[in-house]
Design a protein around this ligand. Structure first.
Ligand SMILES: [Zn+2]
Length: 125
C-alpha cells in the first residue's frame, strides 16, 4: 500500500486540514480532516488533489500531486473525477450566466417601469 499526506490551508480557525490518499493495488481512497472529508461526502480539498491541483497545499510535498494523478489515472476514481470536474465547470458557467441574466432582467424591469411612468405622464398632459 502506498500513501501520501498533504496539509491544506483552511478558511476557518483550524490551522490546516490533512488530506490522505491511499493506493492499494488499483484502489484509491481519499480522506480529509475537514467537515466534508468523510466517506459519504466530497470536499474541494480531495477533489483538487485527486485532479492534480496543488492549489491549497501548504506542506512542502505539493509536487507529489503528480504522483496522485498517475495513481488516479489507473483507477475507477479517474473517470469519476473527470466527470466531477466537468460538472463543476458547467455549474460555475451556469452560475455566471444566471448572474448576467439576473442583471439583464433588472435592467429590463427598470426600463419597463420608466416607460410606464412616461406613458402615464404623457396621457395626463
Ligand atoms: Zn476537505
Amino acid at each position: 500500500m502506498k500513501e501520501l499526506h498533504f496539509r491544506v490551508q483552511t478558511s476557518s480557525d483550524t490551522p490546516h486540514y490533512t488530506v490522505s490518499i491511499h493506493k492499494d493495488d488499483k484502489n484509491i481512497s481519499a480522506h480529509c480532516t475537514c467537515e466534508h472529508g468523510g466517506r459519504e461526502t466530497l470536499c474541494k480539498h480531495r477533489l483538487a488533489i485527486l485532479s492534480g491541483k496543488a492549489k491549497w497545499i501548504i506542506s512542502d510535498n505539493a509536487a507529489d500531486v503528480k504522483r496522485v494523478l498517475s495513481w488516479v489515472a489507473w483507477s475507477d476514481v479517474g473517470q469519476a473525477i473527470t466527470k466531477a470536474v466537468y460538472a463543476q465547470k458547467r455549474l460555475k458557467d451556469a452560475q455566471k450566466e444566471l448572474e448576467r441574466a439576473t442583471a439583464l432582467l433588472q435592467d429590463a424591469e427598470a426600463e419597463m417601469s420608466a416607460a410606464q411612468q412616461a406613458l402615464i405622464q404623457a396621457m395626463n398632459d
